[in-house]
Design a protein around this ligand. Structure first.
Ligand SMILES: C[S@@+](CC[C@H](N)C(=O)[O-])C[C@H]1O[C@@H](n2cnc3c(N)ncnc32)[C@H](O)[C@@H]1O
Ligand SMILES: [Zn+2]
Length: 313
């Protein structure tokens, strides 16, 4: 089973190959998901995950089309995304897109606006994640479903499962991607160039000195560095080393060295402070609920006494 986790960050799905633009420990291939095609041949993966990632990528149609290309027929896509009217959508400055429960219907059955893209996916399920506190107060998903159409911060998360609808095609890589990742990688520039001329397996790469992946296509010769065991499959790197002969290649550039997940200060592991979200504030308020009730009662009693005093005067 070949599984791909796009934008895996520090929480890669178990058994998956993880792609990200930041060289964190745990990431397997460095890519910029805004650059397509992704560096794999068609029909390679059984499942692709995008957990809290698709809202960061500007071109949703092109992203879904390339996922469709690398998925095997009937392969599944699992997408977790924040709902359009949750404050989390607007809070993160790197979010560029908002999604509703119907966003992926545009890739579904050929009706309505599904002519936007030829990539077809069956929407198998959409699970809704409601705000836990609101769910405690109103424990009916039917009512919450209705309310969330009009009120913010009730429906927080959407979990989609889609199935790629496509004709069976040639599989250029039939092995296990996790076990033999370097053999599964392809030069993205050549994948793009040969998309139309139908070459059977463009962009094959050769490992040189355990530090470089060199494109074997005639007239290409792009070279992708491997830093700390991490292949850097980005356009700018492929081009940067294109003119070098294989034997003249220097040490790969160090700027892609892995970033450790935690920072250690004086022997202590330090994590970044989480932002003060609305949830955090509501939590604090809930803890102080008794204080709020006492204040309200005091206000009422004082109001009553003052009112009586004024009447007498
Ligand atoms: C909110 S985090 C989610 C991480 C992980 N999937 C999880 O479930 O915790 C978003 C991730 O997407 C990655 N990302 C954002 N834009 C990207 C891009 N253009 N190319 C590759 N990765 C990207 C970020 O580096 C980050 O690791
Ligand atoms: Zn190439």
């Amino acid at each position: 089973m070949n599984i791909l986790d796009l934008g895996c960050g520090t929480a890669k799905v178990s058994g998956a190959v993880g792609l990200d633009v930041i060289p964190l420990t745990g990431v397997d291939v460095l890519v910029n998901l805004e650059e397509r095609p992704y560096p794999f041949p068609a029909n390679t993966f059984d499942a692709v995950y995008l957990n809290d990632v698709i809202e960061h990528i500007p071109d949703t149609i092109a992203t879904m089309e390339d996922i469709h290309r690398i998925l095997r027929p009937d392969g599944h896509v699992f997408i977790r995304v924040v709902n359009w009217n949750s404050h989390y959508t607007a809070m993160d400055p790197t979010h560029v897109r908002a999604f509703t429960e119907h966003s992926f219907d545009f890739f579904g059955k050929r009706q309505g606006r599904s002519y936007y893209s030829p990539a077809r996916f069956d929407v198998l399920r959409v699970d809704k994640q409601y705000n836990a506190r609101v769910l405690r107060w109103i424990p009916s998903e039917r009512i919450l479903d209705f309310l969330s159409q009009y009120l913010n911060n009730i429906l927080e998360g959407l979990h989609f499962e889609l199935r790629a609808v496509k004709e069976p095609g040639e599989t250029a890589f039939t092995g296990d991607v996790q076990e033999d990742m370097l053999a599964a990688l392809r030069c993205p520039a050549c994948l793009a160039e040969h998309a139309r001329d139908g070459s059977p397996d463009p962009g094959k790469l050769k490992l040189v000195d355990d530090q470089w992946l060199v494109c074997q296509d005639d007239y290409c010769g792009r070279k992708y560095p491997i830093v700390d065991g991490l292949p850097v499959m980005m356009n700018k790197e492929g081009k940067r080393w294109q003119a070098y002969a294989d034997k003249e290649l220097p040490q790969p550039p160090e700027e892609y060295a892995r970033i450790p997940i935690e920072t250690t200060v004086g022997g202590e592991v330090v994590f970044a402070k989480p932002p003060a979200t609305l949830d955090h504030l509501l939590d604090q308020l809930q803890r102080k609920r008794s204080l709020v009730v006492v204040s309200l009662l005091t206000g009422l009693v004082l109001g009553f006494l003052l009112g009586r005093g004024r009447k007498r005067g």
